[in-house]
Design a protein around this ligand. Structure first.
Ligand SMILES: Cc1cc2nc3c(=O)[nH]c(=O)nc-3n(C[C@H](O)[C@H](O)[C@H](O)COP(=O)(O)OP(=O)(O)OC[C@H]3O[C@@H](n4cnc5c(N)ncnc54)[C@H](O)[C@@H]3O)c2cc1C
Length: 390
């Protein structure tokens, strides 16, 4: 039986390229199929409006595969402190890297910077080939493996197909794996700003009763925002002239960094929670947003995906080539990831519901909860450890 590759990864976003690179030492041949042309250079002229808070566990994975070393270090920002403010404007919770005995709680970097580093790493791996741009149109599974047909007429055979093709995963649908998505009826409005005052590596988050605003420090006197809000607000933000958006964002954050000046125009992403019933089937595994989506309030979506990568790459490296598509073997990956995924989805969903509620009793309780947590150093240490190693 001829195989074009042992493992066919569909989707070359952050998670798919990381998986391809993580499979370099496995010796299995990998074919990475992506719908768009790979961006192998960091776009230098502009600051990307997609920005990620990369956890310590994700950093460890990225260092291990050699991608972290390829980042443009002038465009990454360690976070020394996180300040969270409740919707009474007074209750606050502060996490400090120094208190936890570490250099940084998390690291903020642009999607484009990380994506370029991951493409470079995947392309440098001798066992990884790339097919891009390419469009898969049909999928079939049989006892010997999987067949993926492309729009240009080519037909690919592999022992295992991995879906890393995002929240609307084509492979997930084609393999008949059920998923349920719940729209939050909220949007994540993102934009970058130059700030009048230095941020000193402090990330800030405000819970309002109609949304959540995060200020994430970027290298230099710059920051990125994610404002999770309802559709009407999103439309209002996107339509605002720049000076008014600057003033609105500065005022919402109590002018903590002085005047703001927008450097990357606002864009909006729909927010939803996606549960996927099975992460594996015979010949199929799902990773990243294809396997789960979460509310971005904790900035953990791509970190969950990198957790999938670490686990699946470890399993596949230890698997004989003849068993790569074996469902029972792939179930080990599913079992290892289920808890982390459910916990993160539950925690983000719970927080979103707790704060997205105008009930005055809940308002008092949630703000008291922030203050109480702030006064308990041991609990804070545990929260920091959990967030960093998630
Ligand atoms: C507003 C907002 C803010 C966020 N902030 C954070 C944060 O701070 N930290 C964090 O960890 N996460 C964050 N997230 C979540 C994060 O963006 C996602 O979890 C992450 O991008 C998922 O990566 P992925 O590679 O799995 O999927 P995607 O990024 O969706 O990549 C999928 C790839 O597959 C390709 N593709 C799709 N379909 C096909 C096909 N049929 N054939 C071939 N290729 C295909 C696409 O072109 C793309 O390259 C945020 C999300 C939102 C909406």
């Amino acid at each position: 039986m001829h195989y074009d590759a042992d493992i066919l990864i569909i989707g070359g976003g952050l998670v798919g390229t990381a998986l391809a690179a993580a499979l370099a030492p496995s010796g299995h041949s990998v074919l990475l199929l992506e719908g768009r042309t790979p961006q192998t250079e960091t776009p230098s002229a502009q600051w990307d409006n997609r920005v990620y808070a990369i956890s310590r566990a994700s950093e460890k994975l990225l260092r291990g595969i050699g991608a972290w070393q390829r980042l443009d270090i002038d465009r990454i920002q360690p976070v020394s402190q996180m300040q969270i403010t409740g919707d009474d404007g007074r209750s606050a919770l502060k996490f400090d890297a120094l208190d936890a005995g570490i250099d940084a709680l998390t690291t903020i970097l642009e999607s484009g910077n990380l994506q370029a580093a991951l493409w470079q790493t995947a392309l440098a791996a001798p066992n990884v080939s790339v097919l891009a741009p390419a469009e898969p149109v049909a999928f079939a599974h049989d006892a010997d493996g999987v067949t993926v047909s492309l729009a240009d007429g080519r037909v690919l055979r592999a022992r295992l197909a991995v879906g890393a093709d995002g929240a609307n995963s084509w492979l997930r649908r084609s393999a008949g794996i059920d998923s349920s998505a719940r729209a939050y009826e909220q949007w994540g409005v993102v934009a970058n700003f130059e700030t009048e005052r230095p941020h000193y590596g402090v990330a800030r988050q405000w819970f309002f009763d109609d949304g959540i605003l995060a200020w994430l420090p970027l290298a230099g006197k710059r920051m990125s925002i994610v404002w999770s809000c309802f559709e009407a607000r999103k439309d209002e933000f996107l339509a605002l002239p720049q000076a008014e958006l600057d003033a609105k964002v500065a005022a919402a954050g109590g002018r903590a960094l002085g005047e703001l000046h927008c450097i990357t125009p606002a864009a909006a992403f729909p927010l939803r929670l996606t549960h996927v019933r099975e992460l594996v089937r015979d010949g199929v595994a799902l990773v990243g947003d294809a396997a789960h989506t979460v509310h971005p309030l904790a900035g953990q979506g791509v970190n969950l995906g990198f957790g999938d990568v670490a686990e699946l790459a470890k399993l596949l490296a230890a698997t004989d080539v003849s068993l790569l598509g074996d469902r029972l073997n792939l179930r080990r990956y599913e079992l290892a990831r289920r808890e982390a995924i459910y916990l993160m989805q539950g925690a983000c969903d719970g927080l979103q519901k707790l704060f997205n509620n105008r009930n005055p009793i809940l308002k008092t309780l949630r703000n008291a909860g922030l203050g109480l947590t702030d006064s308990l150093p041991w609990i804070k240490q545990q929260l920091i450890r959990h967030a960093m190693d998630a």
